[in-house]
Design a protein around this ligand. Structure first.
Ligand SMILES: Nc1ncnc2c1ncn2[C@@H]1O[C@H](COP(=O)(O)OP(=O)(O)O)[C@@H](O)[C@H]1O
Ligand SMILES: [Mg+2]
Length: 351
């Protein structure tokens, strides 16, 4: 009898894994197979020994299975650690209480469906395409990126990357061009999320506009790659509501709708603290007060100023101003001086 080759037992291990409806246990299986092969080659008994027959094969198989079990347990642990980190990242975002709650719901739903599948119970179709409604700078792209990572960690998507596109990336200039451009973007997003920003603009030109062709190609992509692609359509609240109303087929295809409200002044101050902390700066007490009053003035000037992009622009400007203030006395600066943004750095009016 031939000595068992690496392929023999490894193949059996692959068969021993349940195949998930979520489609990408395949990648884990491949890792397991690789590890199993290495283990077999480092085991003396398997090299060129042809004399022990069935008993040896059985022992090899048991060894292979136990390596596979250990690999699977290790994979589970890595993925659990990953999930906690991703949920922590989500929870460290300021505000967005309803958004966080909904994402937690989606996460629990997917995990329970997986457990039900293991018990051979009926499972709900996942239907995870979404509509994000909110003004610019309210965290839509940030949350979509975190969702991609989460979906990868819980095996809903094999890659979990985010491809962000807008009308110009999808709509072409002549008949047939739009479908081709859109298909290319769908292909780039396979295994992850296709995030269409200002999606309502695809319906703007009416039936004769190529935008409609892009919507059709997106819908086709969703159907063709059901287990391998999640679509998120994003845009201003009112425009997105109108877009969904005028395209009734979309409502059932995008069962999850999430609203991203504008941030309050206090939330914007917390976002500033967070952004500065990430850059190893902080606001002095006087600067915090000034920051809040700048934000409140902005709220009075613009209806939709409650956004984190404004905060980012402000703190980046303050960091530059701090540098201008510090450079003339750069030989005497302490670590704390280099980190502190003071009231004076904020005081000039916003352009
Ligand atoms: N809730 C939040 N907490 C902290 N930072 C945030 C939050 N929401 C957005 N940001 C930051 O604000 C900036 C703009 O957010 P983004 O997700 O691009 O907004 P949108 O896609 O809605 O225009 C990013 O730098 C992001 O990290
Ligand atoms: Mg965005």
């Amino acid at each position: 009898m031939q000595c068992p080759s690496a392929e023999g037992p490894a193949f059996l291990v692959v068969k021993a894994y349940p195949t998930s409806i979520y489609g990408n246990d395949y990648a884990l299986n491949k890792v397991a197979v690789r590890l199993v092969k290495i283990r077999i080659w480092s085991n003396d008994e398997t090299r060129g020994n042809t004399g022990r027959g069935v008993e040896t094969v059985t022992r090899k198989l048991q060894a292979v299975k136990s390596v596979a079990r250990a690999t699977r347990a290790a994979d589970n642990q890595i993925s659990q650690g990953n999930i906690s980190e991703i949920l922590l990242e989500l929870n460290s975002l300021v505000g967005l209480v309803a958004v966080k709650k909904l994402i937690e719901e989606i996460y629990c739903f997917v995990e329970i469906q997986k457990k039900r599948q293991k018990e051979k119970l009926a499972i709900e179709p996942l239907g995870l395409h979404m509509i994000f409604k909110g003004n610019p700078g309210t965290g839509k792209t940030t949350v979509a990126r975190i969702l991609g990572k989460l979906f990868k960690a819980i095996s809903v998507l094999p890659k979990g990357h985010l491809i962000e596109v807008e009308r110009a990336d999808l709509v072409g200039e002549y008949i047939g061009h739009t479908a081709q451009k859109t298909r290319e973007q769908v292909k780039r997003a396979l295994g992850g999320i296709l995030f269409v920003d200002e999606a309502y603009s695809l319906a703007r030109g009416g039936d004769k506009d190529f935008g409609k062709e892009a919507i059709d190609a997106i819908v086709k992509g969703m159907e063709d790659y059901r287990d391998n692609l999640i679509l998120i359509l994003a845009g201003y609240q009112d425009e997105m509501n109108c877009f969904i109303e005028t395209n009734p087929g979309l409502r059932s295809r995008f069962p999850i709708q999430i609203s991203f409200p504008d941030f309050s002044s206090r939330e914007m101050l917390s976002i500033a603290d967070l952004m500065l902390q990430q850059r190893q700066y902080f606001l002095s007490n006087g600067a915090r007060e000034e920051f809040l009053s700048i934000i409140e003035r902005e709220h009075k000037r613009h209806e939709h100023s409650g956004n984190a992009r404004l905060v980012r622009n402000l703190i980046e400007r303050d960091i530059r101003r701090q540098a201008v203030r510090l450079l003339p006395r750069s030989s005497t600066l302490s670590r704390k001086d280099l980190m502190t943004i003071i009231r004076e750095d904020l005081e000039a009016p916003i352009n």
